[in-house]
Design a binder for this molecule. Structure first.
Ligand code: PLP
Length: 368
């Protein structure tokens, strides 16, 4: 198998693999139990949280475990929370992940106003337009991606936060695709909310994080026990939480330069094979692991299926809605039509990708 779909999910990191094979079988207890078995798990969660917070540079009282980024984002954009913060307007973009777009649509149908910051054809947010929107709508919330999952384009989230705060707006950053790819400090970022997902960095599925600058103000989406200071009640998913700490310990930023070298070499060779193709977002600042390729006149769905038959796994960014495949909304939001979007293929690489994997893909792409 040649796995080139890291932005969908990443293989388990080395420490996570070791934990699943060796330690996990004994960790089935309930961390909220009063006996020592539960108490020990609860202590280990404390330690896991501390290590994660040290890595992200935030205080342990501000970071909450959730089931994943979809849940984290939905907590922030829930009507209960927006209302409790006195927010009536959400400022976002058309480039967001569905985990944001769907709550926005839902809120719009329920008397919230949604404004979209403009972006250029490289997928970069127009920060001047964002500033105008914040100026016209003070006391709203800005919700934007740090790194776009389809193109890898990076938004200057430090600047976004400064702009929003200048106009008394709150800020939520979807940092799912930035974790392990961009070096940042939550303390320096100074956002009000930040969402993360475990499985994108090699942790097990079913765990995410929500950073909340002022947790006392938050309204939980669900009600139940007292876990996570009632922000996110429910029995601790211990093994997933622990795997997130291990995956974070396995992050090695120095390896990103290898990925960048491989990705750039791959794109250079692609242009040599087919001078007509385009790399979406290539003029913008991008993370090292993503290439979104436009293959003129070719159905990327077909390419994906053909590659899949050969054991090479990629993505088109399409969404399946009511039984039909909708071409990527991100590519369309960058100003391209549906036909163009239907010809776009996403390659996303990671720590186990080797140059030979990309060479095999290049060989297969020669026929298009
Ligand atoms: N935001 C981005 C940018 C993503 O790529 C994803 C995952 O596809 C999500 C949010 C949702 O994350 P999760 O799978 O943890 O719910």
């Amino acid at each position: 198998m040649i796995y080139l779909d890291y932005n969908a999910t990443a293989p388990y990191s080395d420490k996570v693999k070791d934990y699943i094979s060796n330690g996990m079988i004994n960790d089935w207890g309930n961390a909220s139990s009063e006996h020592d078995f539960g108490y020990n798990l609860s202590n280990r969660i404390k330690e896991d949280r501390k290590i994660i917070c040290d890595f992200l540079d935030c205080s342990t009282g501000k970071l909450f475990f959730t089931s994943g980024a979809t849940e984290s984002i939905n907590i922030v954009l829930s009507q209960a929370n927006l209302s409790s913060y006195g927010i009536k307007t959400i400022i976002s973009s058309k480039l967001e992940h569905h985990a944001t777009l769907e709550p926005l649509e839902f809120n719009e149908k329920n008397s919230f106003s949604i404004k979209y910051a403009e972006n250029n054809n490289q997928g970069s947010i127009d920060l001047n337009h964002l500033e105008n929107l914040c100026q016209e709508n003070p006391n709203s919330i800005v919700s934007l991606l740090y790194v776009n999952n389809e193109t890898g384009v990076i938004t200057d989230v430090v600047e976004v936060t400064k702009i929003a705060h200048r106009h008394n707006c709150l800020v939520h950053i979807d940092a799912v695709q930035a974790l392990g790819k961009c070096e940042f400090s939550l303390d320096d970022l100074d956002a009000d909310f930040v969402s993360f997902s475990g499985h994108k960095i090699g942790a097990m599925k079913g765990v995410g994080l929500l950073y909340i600058n002022e947790p006392k103000k938050i309204h939980p989406l669900i009600k139940g026990g007292g876990q996570e200071k009632k922000v996110r009640p429910g029995t601790y998913n211990f093994s997933s939480i622990h795997s997130l700490r291990l995956a974070i310990e396995d992050i090695n930023f120095s390896k990103n330069s290898n990925l960048l070298e491989m990705r750039d070499e791959f794109e250079k060779k692609l242009y040599q094979i087919n001078p007509e193709l385009k790399i979406n977002g290539s003029d913008a600042r991008r993370v090292a692991n993503t290439s979104n390729i436009y293959l003129a006149g070719v159905s990327s769905q077909e390419v994906l299926l053909n590659l899949s038959r050969e054991g090479i796994y990629t993505s088109t960014g399409s969404a399946c809605s009511s039984g039909s495949v909708e071409p990527s909304h991100v590519i369309q939001a960058m100003g391209y039509d549906k036909d163009y979007a239907r010809s776009c293929l996403r390659i996303s690489i990671g720590q186990s990708t080797q140059k030979e994997h990309l060479d095999s893909l290049l060989e297969k792409l020669k026929i298009y």
